[in-house]
Design a protein. Structure first.
Lengths: 486, 205
């Protein structure tokens, strides 16, 4: 059993009681709602004649079905089903007194981008959302969990979830990241080493020098993909980076109240002598950017490595999964992913749809042109991100290179709007899942990578090492261009 | 006002013919593709279960197990089943298609939670036992598979094997307390006390 970890402390602060089924009833301090997984839950509430218990702790936005082409955001939406979902969310939130960040608010976007940038997500909170990427908010030192619709009903009606306490695995990420290697590469490295189900039954506490050196946006990207490693929640202990990010944000108290709140934030960090159920070390020193070669996020290699042969895997099931992956991706073992033809470049999502992601990609795109046969989409994670990019002229870099500059939404991560792969197109994607069919076509192929790599793939029309495009990188003090291994 | 109009329903055992759904890491994008989530109710979800996997390129049904084992009630799956998205649409689709219980090597956590919310027992056993059962169903498509949630056993073809049922799931199903809304709604005063101790929640709640 863990003791003295942030997870233990936050759990204890939010535990209401033990339920007769042995689970704990936990208060949810921040409930995030979107249009796809909530309408059924509001319906269940109406059937039982129940009100929303904590509307002030509940915030909604629209992301999954949001059209990203500006002209398609006129109401009513051309897609009847999308319009019905959006209208239902507007009605449900307005009737319940829940704050809704719609298209007109200027703050609409992906829940996991919007809540952090508004300062809604804070250390020491419990966060729940009907979306598996809710672990994102763990970047602040909160416990964020994805929940199903019946659990959304629970949270709406009672402000609580019934939950089993998990084991805590500390993941020490050692080393220093080279130029052109980012948080996305760190989390893909972790999943490569621990597997897509390595985190089942566990919460991941990420720490160590490579994590502590990340800014908040990098930390959000790491925690975001916890679920891809099987961990329902993942978090990073809050520190000065966290507090300085939060200072001045809309939903963060100012002045003396900030200092009082900060005292609470500091109090929930894991103790120096905290006990973990498990401690592992991942060496990120000098890793190359990573790319997936298969059909789950664990089928991933450093871009300098060859695609593995199924025989290299010990477990029969891993060998079979590798064979299915090679077949779907139409790629041979031993081949390099460098040069793998790309039809679509997609930049955005709750993993990599923040300002720094667009800055990193823009560094690559400056003065370059998207390959003729590549469809390239830049989809800011929120309207706030879009505005900040436009204020800095970053949108011009994308547009001049040949990218389509879109409005905020989940877009081609899961293709619930019009942004979808067609046929067996290959997508260089900054998203989080390369599952078969994920991007809207059952034969579509997804290669996950960091934002700079997506930009480089767009330019070359093939998977490429983005470091070849970096004169001097977006981060300071790391040094010049690294020797690129082929 | 009542938080519970579902009534108490004790689920001690489920049974029926089986359907093997082989493969590790079967994700919820396969079980219920996102394009079918654009509906505000779960009513039609059964039509979309494994939609792409069940069809050939020309749209005709292929030999996917769900096409071959129509009417089955017990799904038999491998490891990390239901990984990926949190969408309850996936187990809702299975339930509405006719699945009353699942036997597998392991489940993604949110999927297992969703099964519990819906009163679908999701029990576990080792790889070899799962494969044996999947093969048995292939040769005995009309054979009965019984999951005894209380005794933590699965019986088929005259054989009874031990399986594991997560403690919270067993208690919830057997005692008929899987409707957590009703359970937690009755603890409102305790919730208030917890909230009072949280510095980030305004005092007016």
């Amino acid at each position: 059993m863990s003791r003295g970890t942030l997870y233990d402390k936050v759990w204890d602060r939010h535990k209401v009681t033990e339920l007769p089924n042995g689970q704990d009833q936990l208060f949810v301090g921040l409930h995030l709602v979107h249009e796809v997984t909530s309408p059924q839950a509001f319906g269940m509430l109406r059937e039982r004649d129940l009100d929303v218990a904590y509307p002030d702790r509940t915030f909604a936005t629209t992301d999954h079905i949001a059209p990203t082409e500006p002209e398609k955001r006129e109401r009513p939406l051309a897609d009847d089903q999308a319009e019905e979902m959006l209208s239902a969310l507007e009605r449900n939130t307005s009737e319940s007194g829940i704050t809704f960040f719609g298209f007109e608010s200027g703050k609409q976007g992906i829940t996991h981008v919007v809540a952090p940038e508004l300062g809604l997500s804070q250390p020491g909170m419990t966060v729940a959302c009907g979306d598996s990427h809710t672990a994102t908010h763990g970047a602040f030192g909160s416990i964020g969990v994805g929940i199903g619709t019946s659990q959304i009903r629970d949270v709406l009606a009672t402000g609580c979830i019934a939950a089993d306490k998990q084991k805590v695995r500390r993941i020490n990420v050692e080393g220093e990241l080279g130029e052109g290697v980012y948080a996305k590469d760190v989390i893909m490295k972790i999943i490569q080493e621990l597997g897509v189900d390595g985190g089942v039954g566990h919460v991941y506490e990420y720490g160590g020098p490579a994590i502590e050196a990340l800014d908040m946006e990098g930390r959000l990207a790491v925690c975001n993909m916890s679920i891809e490693g099987g961990a329902r929640a993942g978090y990073i202990n809050p520190d000065e980076t966290t507090y300085e990010y939060l200072r001045g944000r809309e939903y963060v108290p100012a002045g003396d109240a900030f200092e009082e709140r900060k005292a609470y934030w500091e109090s929930v960090a894991s103790d120096a002598d905290a006990e973990y159920d498990d401690v592992v070390t991942v060496d990120a020193d000098g890793i190359d950017p990573l790319v997936t070669w298969g059909i789950n996020p664990g089928q991933v290699i450093e871009v300098s490595e060859p695609v593995p042969h199924p025989d290299e895997f010990e477990a029969r099931t891993d060998r079979e999964a590798a064979e299915r992956a090679l077949d779907h991706m139409e790629i041979e073992a031993g081949q390099s992913m460098l040069g793998y033809d790309v039809d679509v470049a997609f930049l955005g999502t709750c993993t990599n749809g923040r300002l720094s992601d667009f800055e990193e990609a823009a560094t690559v795109l400056e003065g370059e042109t998207v390959a003729d046969d590549v469809r390239a989409l830049a989809v800011p994670g929120s309207e706030t991100v879009r505005q900040r990019c436009e204020d800095r002229g970053i949108d011009e870099v994308f547009i001049n290179a040949g990218f389509q500059w879109r409005r905020a939404g989940c877009s081609m991560c899961l293709a619930m709007n019009d942004d979808a792969l067609e046929g067996d197109e290959v997508c260089a994607s900054s998203s989080n899942r390369n599952f078969v069919g994920r991007q809207g076509s059952k034969d579509g192929r997804t290669v996950l990578m960091n934002p700079a790599m997506v930009a480089a793939a767009a330019v070359e029309g093939a998977v490429a090492d983005a470091r070849e495009y970096l004169d001097d990188g977006p981060t300071d003090g790391v040094g010049g261009v690294e020797e690129v291994a082929d | 006002m009542s938080a519970n109009d579902a009534g108490e329903q004790h689920i001690t055992a489920v049974s029926g013919t089986g359907v093997p759904i082989p493969g590790d890491d079967v994700d919820t994008d396969q079980i219920l593709p996102a394009k079918f989530m654009k509906e505000v109710t779960f009513d039609n979800m059964a039509d979309y279960l494994f939609y792409d996997a069940r069809r050939d390129d020309d749209g005709a049904f292929n030999d996917h197990p769900l096409n071959r084992f129509e009417g089955a009630s017990i799904a038999v799956v491998n490891s990390n089943f239901g990984c990926g998205s949190s969408r309850e649409h996936a187990p809702q689709a299975m339930m509405r298609w006719g699945i009353d219980g699942v036997v597998g090597e392991s489940y993604a956590e949110i999927f297992r939670d969703n099964c519990k919310s819906l009163g679908i027992p999701a029990v576990t056993t080792d790889h070899a036992t799962v494969v044996d059962l999947q093969e048995w169903i292939e040769t005995n498509p009309d054979g009965e598979v019984d999951i005894d949630v209380e005794a933590e056993t699965v019986t088929y073809g005259g054989e009874t094997i031990d399986v594991d049922v997560d403690d919270a799931m067993r208690e919830a199903l057997v005692d008929g307390i899987w409707d957590t809304t009703a359970l937690m709604y009755s603890n409102r005063s305790k919730v208030d006390a917890t909230v009072d101790g949280l510095p980030y929640v305004e005092g007016d709640d």
